[in-house]
Ligand binder design. Sequence first.
Ligand code: ADP
Ligand code: MG
Length: 271
Amino acid sequence: MTVEPHPLKPYPAASEARPVYEIARVSKTYARNQLVALSDVHLTIHKGEFVSVIGSSGCGKSTLLKIMAGLMPPTTGRVVLEGKPVVGPRRDIGMMFQQATLLPWKTAIENVLLPIEIREGKAAARASHEKAMDLLRLVGLGDFANVYPGELSGGMAQRASICRMLVSDPAMLLLDEPFSALDELTRDFMNMELQRICMERHATAFLVTHSLAEAVILSDRILVMKARPGRIVEDVRIDLPRPRTLDMINTSRFGEIVAHIRDLLGREAYS
Ligand code: ADP
Ligand code: MG
């Protein structure tokens, strides 16, 4: 297929939507080794936007995500989500990591309800049962609600952890290489599922990845990071139309974007 040079966006151009996350002058120096992991990061993410951060291993991506999640304080600067400073873990932030981290002694649906059970107790978890079922159906796991993680494939376990992330209706999804442990075909499929879920729910997302193709196919903007000190060197707008499809990978526009970002990253190897 061909890609129009100035395609229309399916939802309001994200830059015109209201800011959800505001990160200003954030830096992080790890006390233990005096390593400057982040230096002067500024970033605004708008409602409904899908933003990725890409960069070589060790450039500070996870550090940035942990600070955004409130799991770690920055050395300087501030992080504001929905008008309120992030000073610790919050209900309106949903997170997903490389490993699904499901509890093996709980069923899929019990794992999905776990964040509610931990925060609000068993009664609140029971009250959210139907909602958890709806989410499991949304990701194609409707028939697996009562199955234990040991009986789920890697892709299915990650889909259950998507449900667990979404169950508390977070304003913001923070994803740290969520599908990088999956085989390539499953990963492509999961990325398309993630796009569908984000579009259906008008979710705002921030994805850490080291796959350039994955970042381009999913994102409205890609932040290119470099190491020592970790910093954002460019904010690249991805003007491919939505919904994205895997065959866009073969378009000339996709190739141009990839080449541009590869150039920014230098001679490091990216796939
Ligand atoms: P990325 O996710 O891009 O691979 P990280 O944010 O994990 O990078 O790490 C950035 C840099 O900070 C790396 O050099 C890493 O070794 C260092 N680092 C990460 N966590 C810690 C820590 N807890 N203490 C000291 N140094 C750390
Ligand atoms: Mg990391």
